[in-house]
Design a protein around this ligand. Structure first.
Ligand SMILES: Cc1ncc(COP(=O)(O)O)c(C=O)c1O
Length: 395
């Protein structure tokens, strides 16, 4: 074959910095605080439920939009925790992770040239998936240390072609939890400009009350139910990211459009894992699971924060998620990628350069992202190595 094999939409999509850092981490035996997934076991009661589902021969295709048991469990959570009666038959769709729901949503709602307002830094899959669907990302920049945005800049990002607003709260990579006033502003713009909101709330159970942060689902704001599709991931909530059980909740009309795509993308998601997640959601409250999750993540956050501070890496405040951003300016590297390469190869701790989350990497502040979804031993091993990081090591 001659010429470029990939379609034009792949232009500019080289190997990501995530793959580079993972490769470097493996090559140098680094403690990997880069990749955003737990290195500890998920809960036994969830694993047992998956084994039971497989043994009970729940191993064939599920109903395309999700098993009735899982949709029922999700509806019960919404009723209890968000005070909203959701119809499991028409208002919930189970997908292969929040990532599939995101892709389905872009294909379901965007026509070529439609614009998507989103906050920068953004979860790295957002702009490519918007573009695959023919859309145009319109980033609005969040500014440290509190990652606030300029309301005028947000309003100006909405134009005649704006079709979607893509929100992520709690936010990766900053750990920001959008407050009620910010959400009111976002919601008002969506209502005024007749825009659909896609709200990625995969870290909704990882919020730290000691920071004063409170997670407010965008869909629960006045007038927002009909125009908001809320995405979630049981992989984050139950520390089983490899199972890829995600879901979307919203009006029947929004779900109908999403399902029209989903049926031809994956058709259905792994049946026994759906059943296990149904069991997990059904019993999580009674087991005190969510409080325990918060408690454990608070301890891991504090361990990592102490380790970073001891290495002269001041951290920015967070309200949720399992990431900390540390200020690397004092080390004098040309950019965050150079710092993270050094940290991985020379110090033996892998982190992610947040410039990967910006449309223009030059706009990224001098920070590094560290994940604390890790065992205390992993964080302790990273702390030990971070002691060798000397200020001014860029030379
Ligand atoms: C903001 C955000 N959205 C979505 C996802 C992906 O979720 P899933 O694994 O369910 O596809 C992640 C995973 O890191 C994430 O950080």
């Amino acid at each position: 074959m001659t010429g470029t094999i990939g379609a034009r939409r792949l232009a500019g999509l080289g190997t990501s910095v995530f793959s580079e850092m993972s490769r470097l981490a493996a090559q140098h035996g680094a403690v990997n605080l880069g990749q955003g997934f737990p290195d500890f076991a998920g809960p036994d009661f969830v694993k047992e439920a998956a084994r039971a589902a497989i043994d009970a021969d729940l191993n064939q295709y599920a109903v395309s939009h999700g098993t009735p048991r899982l949709r029922g469990a999700i509806a019960a959570e919404w009723a209890r925790d968000r005070g909203r009666a959701v119809d499991p038959e028409t208002e919930i769709t189970v997908t292969s992770g929040a990532t599939e729901a995101l892709a389905d949503a872009m294909l379901a709602f965007l026509d070529p040239g439609d614009e998507v307002v989103l906050f920068e830094p953004f979860y790295d899959s957002y702009p490519p998936i918007v573009r695959f669907a023919g859309g145009v990302p319109r980033p609005v920049t969040l500014r440290p240390p509190d990652w606030s945005f300029d309301p005028d800049e947000l309003a100006a990002a909405f134009g005649p072609r704006t079709r979607l607003l893509l929100l992520n709260t709690p936010h990766n990579p900053t750990g920001k939890v959008f407050d009620r006033a910010e959400l009111d502003l976002i919601a008002a713009l969506c209502r005024e400009r007749d825009v659909i909101a896609i709200s990625d709330e995969v870290y909704d159970r990882i919020v730290f009350p000691d920071t004063g942060a409170v997670h407010v689902p965008l869909a629960t704001l006045p007038g927002m139910w009909d125009r908001t599709l809320t995405l979630n991931s049981t992989g984050k909530t139950f520390s089983m990211t490899g199972w890829k059980i995600g879901y979307a909740v919203g009006s029947a009309a929004l779900n109908a459009a999403l399902r029209a795509v989903h049926q031809f993308v994956t058709f259905a998601t792994a049946t026994p894992f759906q059943d296990a997640m149904a069991a997990a959601l059904e019993t999580a409250h009674a087991r005190g699971y969510y409080e325990r999750l918060r408690h454990e993540y608070t301890a891991r956050r504090d361990l990592l924060r102490d380790a970073l501070h001891a290495a002269a890496l001041p951290t920015l405040p967070i309200g949720g998620s399992y990431f900390l951003l540390a200020d690397i300016a004092a080390f004098g590297f040309p950019d965050d990628v150079a710092f993270c390469r050094h940290l991985t190869a020379e110090v033996g701790v892998a982190a992610i350069p947040p410039s990967a989350f910006y449309a223009d990497p030059a706009r990224a502040p001098q920070l590094a992202r560290f994940c604390f979804a890790k065992r205390p031993e992993t964080i302790a091993a990273a702390a030990e190595r971070l002691r060798t990081l000397a200020v001014g090591s860029a030379g």
